[in-house]
Ligand binder design. Structure first.
Ligand SMILES: [Zn+2]
Length: 257
């Protein structure tokens, strides 16, 4: 795709440079099969980011970037234990920990979140505005990270037309459930309140009729049942972080923009 880069922010340009570097790095390294398409993912991500930047733009201000950076770091720190329990081999665990996770906030009112691959996650401004707590925001991010760690995003990218972003509708019910299960583990290890996270994993941020690719209602029921069952495997009344002053401040700033 050919893009005008007039509207690129510094942060966005950095991300593209990072992705290009990362793609060069992974092309040079000999990787396991699950990592083989990472160079292609990085390229697809960079193209889609450029397209989204041109057509919607991204929201960014310092406190938002700090919040997203902290939540993402907390979650990626939890990957090690969560991944070990899922019996990923040691190589992939190390690999996922070093993934260049980055969350972008798209200037778009429709609440949604999706993965572009190569560690890039996009959430819409509408989603961030509707998140009821930091734990809810973390749940959305953890769910997208899980899709990438489990290889779902790479698979969806292989099936998608070049340059097409990968929305939720491209995943199977089985993949959604696997991503929910892994994200609950990550949220637990990262110290978030699971009950505050739970609803955000499914319907909380999707308003009926606005989803770009609606899924059968039965899916949500089955996902909620799995989430409830997973949460029951952790000790009840476990203290966990629900929200933070930083999160409240970011939502306030967002409302004023
Ligand atoms: Zn999903």
């Amino acid at each position: 795709m050919c893009h005008s880069h007039k509207k690129l922010s510094v942060q966005f340009a950095d991300a593209v440079r990072y992705l290009v570097l990362f793609s060069a790095f992974t092309a040079a390294a000999s990787c396991a099969s699950s990592q083989a398409s990472l160079g292609r993912q990085a390229e697809a991500s960079a193209n889609t980011l450029a397209w989204l930047n041109e057509h919607h733009g991204f929201v960014h201000f310092i406190s938002l970037e700090r919040l997203l950076g902290r939540v993402t770091a907390q979650l990626s720190g939890s990957i090690f234990r969560a991944a070990l329990e899922r019996k990923f081999d040691r190589g992939s665990t190390e690999y996922f920990r070093s993934f260049p996770w980055q969350v972008f906030v798209l200037e778009e009112e429709t609440p949604n979140a999706f993965s572009l691959g190569a560690g890039v996650i996009v959430i819409t401004r509408g989603m961030l505005e509707r998140a009821s707590s930091e734990a809810a925001l973390a749940a959305v991010i953890a769910h997208e990270m899980s899709h990438q760690m489990l290889g779902h995003t790479a698979e969806a990218l292989d099936a998608a037309a070049p340059g097409e972003p990968v929305p939720h509708g491209h995943y199977s019910l089985e993949q959604e459930i696997a991503a929910d299960t892994l994200s609950i583990k990550m949220l637990h290890v990262a110290g978030y309140s699971l009950n505050s996270s739970a609803e955000a994993l499914t319907i909380d941020y999707r308003i009926a009729g606005t989803d770009v690719s609606p899924v059968p209602p039965r899916w949500l029921e089955l996902r909620m049942a799995n989430i409830a069952q997973e949460i029951r495997t952790y000790p009840p009344h476990l203290p966990g972080l629900t929200s933070s002053r930083e999160f409240a401040y970011v939502q306030q700033r967002l409302a004023g923009l």
